[in-house]
Design a protein around this ligand. Sequence first.
Ligand SMILES: [Zn+2]
Length: 220
Amino acid sequence: MPPTTPEQALAELYAGNRRFVTGAPHHPNQDAGHRAAVADGQHPFAVLVGCSDSRLAAEIIFDRGLGDLFVVRTAGHTAGPEVLGSVEYAVTVLGTPLVVVLGHDSCGAVQAAREAVRTGTSPSGHLGAVVDAVAPSLLRAAREGVEDLDGIVDVHIAQTVEALLARSTVLAGEVAAGRCAVVGLSYRLSAGEVRTVAQAGSPVTPVPAPAAPADSALAG
Ligand SMILES: [Zn+2]
């Protein structure tokens, strides 16, 4: 059974990420039988609002497959109208119980915004819109005394969680009703691990990494 509560959904993501980190992925729901089974409808258990970074491939780092994750990705996981509409669709029409904001260390979008603020210039073309969307997080980080890039990334993840709720009354209503939660996860590129840095809604706690489960040895 796919997860139906925010807690179950986050636990499933953490379990999949642990399999990925330890080099023991199951590649669930990626076979032809499952492809056929979900062709008539989708019930993803998590909406993922992530950075577009090519190293942040959602189904790979959470060890999931077809029909599991509703994924919206932009450079710097910005929360513009189309992103908000996509999240609202998943939460209200598909009934998805968890929204995850996924950022990562060494984020190029955050670096670009930092450079733009430092130099007082904005990139040309539509890249400027990405920088403008990330800039408020830089100001917040400065107010909070956070100066290192990866610390700023975590502030930006928390800022994005709050922005989703502040800009989408639909999402805020679902969270207030207890049908959905929003959680911010920070991913480390080299280790492949996620950790929770922000959350809103029903209590959602990270699942501790299991130490070498005995049953995996038996299964092997
Ligand atoms: Zn990024």
